[in-house]
Unconditional design. Structure first.
Lengths: 349, 398
């Protein structure tokens, strides 16, 4: 089923979508991690509650409020969230104290906020949303499955507004583990390394990107999710072939593709083969030099497009990997994280 | 028109048994699984009883024929999936098969043993203890072991997690996206969860007494429970029949508090009422309610009141089975889905173990004696949890 996006909210390492200058400037850094540049939450979260929130909850609530504001709604009918790692900071706080204090004299706050559904639960609590509420935790498909759940929910409950998001936070502990696991790069990276490098692992990232999705076509220009294709595959050559077959089966005239190219040597061949064989006549864009590499980064890519369309802007020039698109009608997002692949088929309507 | 999701087989492991037959035998003979922790190494082993699967990771891994270095949750999951899937595994050629799991603890049982050393000097720690920490990694290990890859997902909505995985599986079979699904969840005990629940002061230092006026809290448990669901087409190909279907499901949010239920069970009522609507049933059609019934003051009161309102005082036979299995968190709804299927298949109402005193604020009394040979056509199963997540499932005879 087709989903129309009527609102976007992003908090990321490249800033937040509530800011007029969002994604306008060419990024410049030399770092191993792109941490969220957080907004002033005053407009979104009561100060008393903000103090108690971990970063994951803050960026999740912040992005969801921006998104609802952009869509012009007070509360959604239902909520669907994807997060690979959940509320890691609070998990580590409780874990650290539990070990240091030999399981004694512990307080509940960090534990309460450590559960994977904290963000979706807190959004429901703050908005008074009694509707359907789900949290997916399937690694590099967490956000994709939250979107597929939205298709299932709206098929059963048409004409509702669903809040859908992807969120992950980075901690010192998770960064260390992700570096050892080869997902994130041990050394510092520059934007050029991410766009053109061939490194072991990619610059680490985190962020929250939320959307209002509905099954009814809106009156103003919007991005429509025509389909979501998600699969796992250990062999990058086989993955490239699967994606090629899928894209060819869609028989679309594609104006632009947004690629999860990260400079990681493990995925460069995959992206390169698609770029030269499938997308040779298509404008190509990257996004991970903005948000870094993390499990739900595809939500950022979607947000980059929906934010631009809502503001009647082009995709940022510093994201173009060659010629920029003269029109944006049919757009694909192709992402690779570990052995998780996804492709969003999008149409601007 | 949606296709029915038929329940073809079950797989389960809990403190009361390593498979469906053993768990059923314990339910029929009122054998509890709650006791002293032997395998979970914790400061609280003398003070906080748990419903532990009485076997080491090595012994359990041998049962599942998987690597003993896996997190315990993955090993428990593999045992239950194996039971549900194996009899039909070689008949699924050409069918689209999905795996819908749920967990709250992921690989924490291994992480918590090495976290301190990892933070001090990560090079001193065997990375195998960390690499499967993510909830999704647990599901991936099990999916890969059984070669399932058409659709693989993990849901984590606290104590209601596996109700939601069954709901999604039923939806995807319902609209033809999949032919076969294994759906449920798994959670092992860990010091992290035991201590977390202990700080909330909702753990019973004695054996728990759900729906009793003098209840003191819950006992944590561990285990895994899965349903093997099929479309009619898949059943024909496999040459199997089913006794019941997933007829109703609903997910709602209480939007009241991060860890507590609203006093009148707003989310509970919505979940139960909407699940009945999806099943196209009236409250009077339900023959048995498998209660969430954790044994905490808050849950049982909210759930009880919501049931009284929804059923207009005419409450069918109802019981909590958590006095047997403990609260298995992300596995609970999967475990209780298996018990619901057994209730329909064998005409059973399970006694609510250790019940003594009528609750003051709830007027109905849970079933306290085993009832056999009862006509059970429709079972309602409740699962409510942190984050306000409330889910209800309806299972119906077919």
């Amino acid at each position: 089923m087709e989903l129309y996006i009527t609102g976007t909210g992003i908090v990321s390492g490249a800033g937040n979508s509530g800011d007029d200058s969002f994604l306008k400037e060419v990024p410049s850094y030399n770092t191993d991690k792109l941490l969220c540049i957080e907004p002033d939450y005053k407009a979104y979260i009561p100060a008393m509650q903000l103090r108690r929130m971990s970063k994951a909850v803050r960026i999740g609530i912040g992005a969801s409020k921006m998104c609802m504001e952009a869509a012009g709604i007070e509360k959604p009918d239902a909520i669907s969230v994807g997060t690979a790692m959940g509320c890691l900071a609070d998990t580590e706080v409780f874990l650290g104290k539990m070990i240091a204090q030999d399981e004694q004299m512990l307080t509940p706050t960090a534990f309460i906020q450590s559960t994977h559904n904290t963000v979706s639960g807190q959004i429901a609590l703050l908005a008074g949303c009694y509707g359907h509420n789900l949290t997916y935790v399937q690694r590099g498909h967490s956000f994709e499955h939250a979107v597929i759940n939205t298709q299932l929910y709206l098929a059963d409950n048409p004409h509702q507004q669903m809040l859908v998001g992807g969120i992950d936070e980075l901690t010192d502990g998770s960064l260390e583990a992700l570096k050892i696991g080869g997902i994130n790069r041990k050394e510092n990276s520059t934007p050029t390394d991410v766009l053109n490098g061939n490194t072991h692992g990619a610059v680490a990232g985190e962020g929250a990107a939320f959307f209002i999705m509905t099954d009814a076509k809106p009156a103003t220009p919007a991005v429509c999710i025509k389909d979501v294709y998600a699969f796992t595959e250990k062999d990058t050559a086989v993955a490239a072939q699967k994606l090629t077959n899928y894209i060819n089966s869609q028989s679309l005239n594609i104006d632009a593709v947004i690629l999860g190219q990260s400079g990681d040597e493990k995925s460069n061949a995959f992206y390169q083969s698609l770029r030269s064989e499938v997308f040779s006549n298509t404008s190509q864009y990257a996004f991970k030099h903005l948000c870094g590499e993390y499990a739900t980064a595809s939500a950022f890519a979607l947000g980059m497009l929906t934010n631009a369309i809502a503001k009647c802007e082009a995709l940022p020039s510093h994201c173009a990997l060659g010629n920029e698109a003269s029109v944006l009608k049919n757009v694909l997002i192709v992402n690779h994280y570990m052995h998780y692949y996804s492709c969003f088929v999008l149409q601007i309507v | 028109m949606k296709q029915a999701a038929y329940i073809v087989n079950t797989g389960i492991i809990t403190a009361i048994g390593n498979d469906t037959a053993a768990c059923l035998d314990a339910l029929l003979h009122s054998r509890t699984g709650v006791g002293k922790a032997e395998y979970l190494k914790t400061h609280w082993s003398e003070e906080l009883p748990v419903a532990e699967v009485k076997a080491s990771n090595e012994a359990l891994a041998a049962l599942a024929v998987v690597d003993a270095k896996w997190p315990r949750t993955a090993i428990l999951s593999a045992i239950a999936v194996k039971e549900a899937l194996q009899p039909l595994a070689d008949k699924l050629q050409g069918l689209k098969v999905g795996f819908f799991s749920a967990t709250t603890v992921g690989g924490m049982d291994l992480t918590e043993n090495v976290y301190k050393a990892f933070k001090e000097d990560s090079s001193q720690v065997d990375f195998d203890n960390i690499k499967n920490h993510e909830c999704g990694a647990i599901t991936e290990l099990v999916a890969n072991h059984f070669g399932i890859n058409d659709f693989v997902t993990t849901i984590s909505t606290a104590c209601s997690s596996s109700a939601n995985s069954i709901m999604m599986a039923a939806q995807m079979i319902g609209n033809g996206m999949l032919d076969v699904a294994i759906a449920g969840g798994a959670d092992s005990l860990s010091r992290f969860t035991l201590n977390g629940f202990n700080t909330l002061m909702i753990l019973d230092k004695q054996f728990c007494q759900p729906f009793d006026n003098n209840r003191r809290g819950l006992n944590l448990g561990e285990g895994a429970g899965y349903l093997l669901l099929m479309s009619e087409k898949a059943m024909q190909q496999c040459g199997v029949t089913a006794t019941c279907i997933v007829s109703g499901y609903a997910n709602a949010n209480d939007a009241y508090h991060q860890t507590a239920s609203s006093p009148d069970g707003t989310g509970n009522k919505l979940a139960m009422g909407n699940a009945l609507k999806v099943a196209n049933l009236q409250p009077a059609d339900i023959n048995y309610i498998n209660l969430h019934g954790t044994g905490t003051a808050n849950n049982d009161s909210s759930e009880g009141k919501a049931i009284e309102v929804l059923f207009d005082g005419k409450v069918p036979a109802a019981s909590s089975t958590k006095a047997y299995t403990g609260h298995t968190l992300g596995a609970a709804a999967g475990v209780e889905a298996v018990f619901s299927v057994l209730s329909i298949r064998h005409g059973l109402v399970y006694p609510n173990l250790r019940w003594q005193t009528q609750m003051e604020d709830v007027s109905f009394k849970p079933a306290t004696e085993l009832q056999q040979g009862v006509a059970i056509n429709h079972v309602l199963s409740n699962s409510f949890g942190f984050g306000g997540n409330c889910s209800s499932l309806v299972f119906s005879k077919c």
